[in-house]
Ligand binder design. Structure first.
Ligand code: GLN
Length: 245
């Protein structure tokens, strides 16, 4: 009798904890509009990624707290438990999959080459960049691609905005970066001094990453993503940031 009572207490306690809202600690690098950036007016972090993780957490009954850090600090911060998940326009790559676990893809992206407008006829593709100075954000797939250009001298910056500046001030010939981020910069800033070359690279997929083996969180996030895709919330957020699709 006593045993049964204790057992039911234990089950009750377990149910109570699992129903409690958890605060998910999210790591991002907030200079990557339109995915994650500081809204100048509200001084709040905003963007597609921020709204997606908030919607996923809300759907699953959780809260989020966002930590802004360098892109190259994200995976180490997962491994040391400073954050639970990265939501940072992070591409799912085989190399990263060895170090962290990813959710299902939540956004399809790609890389593009950005050059100064006066150079647009000279540098039209990856091969034409041979031996040039190239800029990218540190630890990104853009930086990895830049390093594959023959004899290129690659400079990696903490934020992509610094790489854009370096291109404009002629410190490098081209920037390699995620296409939606470059497109957003060109349209939003109305910057007419730079442009993209027509060649677009392989599709990349963004995923949220967690510490290797954190199966419970992956399952929760995938379930949340599935639900916001099914109930129209994902589409609403997508349309807000990228227009109809
Ligand atoms: N998608 C790119 C990558 O994973 C860039 C991400 C970023 O700079 N936030 O490496």
């Amino acid at each position: 009798m006593m045993k049964k009572f204790l057992l039911s207490l234990a089950v009750g306690a377990a149910l109570a904890t699992s129903a409690q809202a958890a605060t998910i600690s999210v790591g991002t690098e907030a200079t990557f509009a339109p995915f994650e950036f500081m809204d100048e007016q509200t001084k709040q972090l905003t963007g597609f990624d921020m709204e997606i993780i908030e919607a996923v957490a809300k759907e699953m009954g959780d809260d989020v707290r966002v930590h802004n850090m360098g892109f190259d600090a994200l995976i180490p911060s997962l491994q040391t438990g400073i954050i639970d998940v990265t939501v940072a326009a992070m591409t799912i790559t085989p190399e990263r999959q060895k170090r962290v676990d990813f959710t299902d893809p939540y956004y399809q992206s790609g890389l593009v080459i950005m050059v100064r407008k006066e150079d647009a006829k000279k540098y039209t593709n990856f091969e034409s960049l041979e031996g040039q100075r190239l800029c990218a954000q540190i630890g990104t797939t853009g930086a990895m691609m830049a390093k594959r250009v023959k004899n290129a001298k690659v400079t990696e910056f903490n934020s992509i905005t610094e790489a854009f500046m370096e291109l404009k001030t002629k410190g490098c010939t081209a920037v390699i970066n995620d296409k939606p981020v470059v497109d957003y910069y060109l349209v939003r800033r109305g910057d007419e001094t730079v442009t993209t070359v027509p060649q677009v690279f392989d599709a990349e997929h963004y995923g949220m990453a967690v510490k290797k083996g954190n199966k419970a969180l992956i399952e929760k996030l995938n379930e949340g993503l599935k639900r916001i895709r099914a109930n129209g919330v994902y589409d609403k957020i997508f349309t807000k940031w990228f227009g109809a699709h």
